[in-house]
Write a protein that binds this ligand. Sequence first.
Ligand code: ZN
Length: 416
Amino acid sequence: VATPLDLRIDGARLWDSLTRLAEIGATGDGGCERLALTDLDDAAHGLVAGWLADLGCRVRRDRVGNLFAERVGRHPARGYVLVGSHLDTQPKGGRFDGAYGVLAALEIVRTLKDAGIETDAAVTVVSWTNEEGARFPQPLTGSGVFTGAVPLDDARAQPAVDGPRFGDELDRLGIDPTADGPPPGAVEAYFETHIEQGPQLESTGNVIGVVRGGQGIRALRVVLEGAEAHAGTTPMDRRRDAALAAARVVEAAHAVALRTAGALVTVGQLSIEPGSRAVIPGRATLVVDMRHPDRATLDAVEEAIRAAVAKVGADAGVRATAERFLDVKPVRFDRACNDAVSEAARRLGYPSMELVSGAGHDAMNLARIAPTALVFIPCQDGVSHTPAEYASPQHAEAGCNVLLHAVLATAGVASR
Ligand SMILES: [Zn+2]
């Protein structure tokens, strides 16, 4: 009989599950498109829920669609170790972002069951709803509601880019609006594994990234209201052109980032109305994404961009407003959980390094209520959120083995 220390996950089985899940929403070019709370997203949750139910787990979805599957532990007085990620994707996204973390958690439960190993604390697999914030504007919605960072009413009120509200889609999919998941207060620890989505592990030859923390992320929605007018009859000095103001805001926001060490500022969404060649745009809406590991610096960046928006508005004769709709605070992950990850990597012989996450992850919400660790594996060329996203079977297996042993060390293994 193998001892828990000798235990290894089945890399081929993990890869097979990744391949089968990727058929749901396959884009035909190696990618996946499963936007949150669509039929495809729901089908993916159904497939994974079935696999987890087959293992004897108690499977349920809470009121915002988070999927939980509990494998009971030996000691009812203990809480549970939560492991997972998300199944939704970006439009024309990849096969690994999110899905890998959920299926690694599934593979851990399969491995424990095959080996007949009971843990002291329960081990619970989770898939969080709308991690991506692609179809609905609030990323990390499911983990945000679970941890109390996002009010339920705010979550339900989010409009989808294709029309319906988040709450309407939950209702349409038959998700019980009163259903509870497991109690957030009983989470003993949260572990998530994810592809890095950047080039650091690959370029340094490391296999495991122990994530020290995540940078803060904020977003402003800037609305610029000028005046629509005829492109052929309105003299240049009499225009209140919202597109011109938008261009100046983009330029000014970049300038703020360039003079602030470590700051990253992006305008990734911009629309002008009415959108006709012959009409001076009367309205522009843009979203400014701001990131920095330090909260005070992020405050300064936001303030400078708000000031720039006001100045642009005044100069261009355009009414300018800026509203913050996203605020993910910088976090540091738990030292003991990170040590469990580093120790597992060392024992298994995988080279590892510490790094900071540039992307937002559900682990950043969980870190506010429970000891949390986030584990990265390399992704080819650092490319993610596109069909070209790729992680090798060997690396997927390595990350899952590390996660298995970190979970075992935290949940406790029954001595026989
Ligand atoms: Zn992700």
